[in-house]
Ligand binder design. Structure first.
Ligand SMILES: Nc1nc2c(c(=O)[nH]1)N[C@H]1C(S)=C(S)[C@@H](COP(=O)(O)O)O[C@H]1N2
Ligand SMILES: [Mo]
Length: 521
């Protein structure tokens, strides 16, 4: 009995120390080489397989995407810790299974068990995580990203396996375990020392986690372009942000490449300077997330500079039968759009945003700009454009979003702040934006009576077919009361924004932005 207790304790301590060491190693690999640790890759693997309603139910249940991400990684870390510790116990049991075995026999059994165990877990991991192993958060070219991830995983697991073996051997000296059945003894000093080492490793991984936490997207994912002082061009620090990642890529530009591949005669790979030395276009383009509810602010507009995708495609000579392009990000995010959209002159591989290099969170060094398509199609940190001859589905489309990803005619108020009360007789200027890709806005109308009557608003900034319009409507309410103000837009084809409200899922919200202005006398 006593002997088995020591076997278990020694296995437990060895497993714990080893898994903590592996955690430190995998976090270092994440920081330095951009290799996603298992705890990050697993949620990434699961997310697109969730059905959109289940996905949203989870978001609601756990209080949003950020909470869910934290929960995913947090519980993953705990599960990894538990599994690693149990692995140590299993190792100990296997090594000590036969009490009378010689030291060499034990060692051989232990080595085999560790070797087979590590290889098995590695292979299972590769099979399960295969689709997301293309992620490299330092932006390694696609041809390197997966092999590096595969080797990185093997290295982490090997560190664990070797550590279990060595720590176990070091603690399990003859004095404690090798002794005859039934003998007792104090807690092995080496077990205590090993636990101390485990504590140091725990501190180390805690430090690394804290460092990674400061870079995590929790603080800015879902950032909205809010306020009563919107401008036609959104500054980079106010541009809305949406990302699937727990920690966004930090692409090393020197290593980064953009590959044009798939159904092409001439696959090509571009470095950053190759792109910037090509003829470029500069255009204002408005981006809006499919999750932007009516009256919400996941919408922004910037001036993007880049190379038309069609120039890159032409240089690679597409084969016949191409129907779509699949875009791949450094974070293993993918999205797709029709080949015809890829050939439009305003679909660009952008490398500058409002005259500066694209900030990390918006897709440095290169992101796709796909005017009039929901934000998700505008893939950030892009590393590969793949031409395909069969329909494919992107990250969110797999969840069941769509099938339509064209931004509908939309409009909204951004001023005044509807929380404030307006004194009777004072001037209030109703201000808002309108967006009608890819026709452009021709007119905006405002109602002060909940939609019974409509007046034409003044266009302050006409925008373009692919960039929003800013408008205003001066008003001086002379009677106290609650006014329901409503806005709607008309595109240049004369089509009126549809009034029927639809939910965000599956193809984005529609309907009029209505707000209440309280006027007090
Ligand atoms: N690689 C990659 N690209 C991505 C995403 C992502 O998670 N990974 N999110 C998409 C979504 S859902 C939106 S709405 C836009 C947001 O772009 P922004 O953060 O620059 O506003 O990026 C899209 N591109
Ligand atoms: Mo989005």
């Amino acid at each position: 009995m006593r002997r088995w207790l020591w076997v278990l304790v020694t296995g437990l301590v060895s497993g714990l120390v080893a898994i903590l060491l592996m955690t430190v190693v995998s976090l270092l690999l994440r920081l330095l080489l951009g290799i996603s640790p298992v705890v990050e890759a697993v949620p990434d693997r699961i997310a697109p397989t969730l059905e959109v309603h289940d996905f949203l139910a989870l978001l609601r249940q756990y209080g949003g995407y950020n909470r869910l991400k934290q929960l995913g990684v947090g519980s993953g870390l705990l599960a990894q810790l538990a599994a690693g510790t149990l692995g140590g116990v299993a190792y100990a049991v296997v090594v000590e299974a036969r009490a009378g075995a010689s030291r060499f026999a034990r060692r051989r059994r232990g080595l085999w068990f560790a070797l087979v165990g590590v290889l098995l877990i590695w292979i299972v991991t590769l099979v399960v995580l295969w689709p997301v192993l293309t992620a490299n958060f330092r932006g390694l070219p696609p041809m390197w990203a997966r092999p590096v991830a595969v080797l990185g995983l093997l290295f982490s697991y090997a560190v664990y396996g070797v550590a279990v073996v060595l720590v176990y051997r070091w603690i399990a000296t003859r004095r404690y375990i090798r002794r005859e059945e039934g003998s007792g003894g104090p807690i092995p000093r080496r077990a205590v020392l090993a636990l101390g080492l485990g504590g140091a490793l725990a501190l180390g991984s805690g430090g690394l986690l804290r460092l990674l936490y400061t870079r995590a997207t929790f603080s800015y994912d879902g950032f909205r372009n809010r306020g009563t002082n919107l401008t036609p061009i959104t500054s980079n620090d106010r541009f809305y942000v949406v990302t699937k990642n727990v920690i966004d890529p930090r692409v090393a530009r020197a290593a980064w490449r953009l590959q044009i591949s798939g159904a092409v005669e001439n696959p090509r790979t571009y470095g950053f300077e190759d792109l910037t030395s090509m003829p470029s276009v500069t255009q204002a383009t408005t981006l809006m997330c499919i999750s932007n509810g009516v009256g919400d602010s996941l919408i922004s507009n910037a001036v993007w500079k880049g190379v038309p995708l069609r120039d890159l495609i032409a240089a690679s000579v597409p084969r016949s039968g191409v129907v779509e392009v699949v875009l791949h990000g450094a974070d293993a995010y993918t999205d797709t759009f029709e080949f015809s959209k890829a050939l439009e002159p305003t679909t660009i591989a952008a490398y500058a945003m409002n005259d500066v290099p694209i900030p990390d969170r918006h897709g440095y060094p290169v992101r796709m700009i796909v005017p009039g398509k929901f934000g998700e199609k505008n893939v950030k940190w892009i590393t590969r454009v793949e031409l395909v001859t069969e329909e494919a589905k992107g990250f969110y489309e797999m969840q069941g979003w769509g099938p339509d990803f064209d931004i509908p005619i939309r409009s909204g108020f951004y001023s005044p702040d509807f929380k404030d009360t307006v004194p009777t007789g004072t001037a209030v200027t109703l201000k808002g934006w309108a967006f009608a890709p890819t026709e452009g806005v021709s007119r905006v109308e405002v109602s002060l009576d909940g939609g019974k009557s409509w007046q034409e608003a003044k266009i302050d900034d006409p925008g373009t077919p692919i960039a929003w319009t800013f408008w205003s409507y001066p008003w001086r309410p002379d009677r106290a009361g609650e006014y329901q103000v409503v806005a709607r837009a008309v595109n240049t084809r004369g089509e009126l924004q549809p009034s029927r409200a639809t939910s965000i899922v599956p193809s984005g919200a529609r309907g009029y932005h209505r707000a209440t202005v309280r006027v007090e006398g």
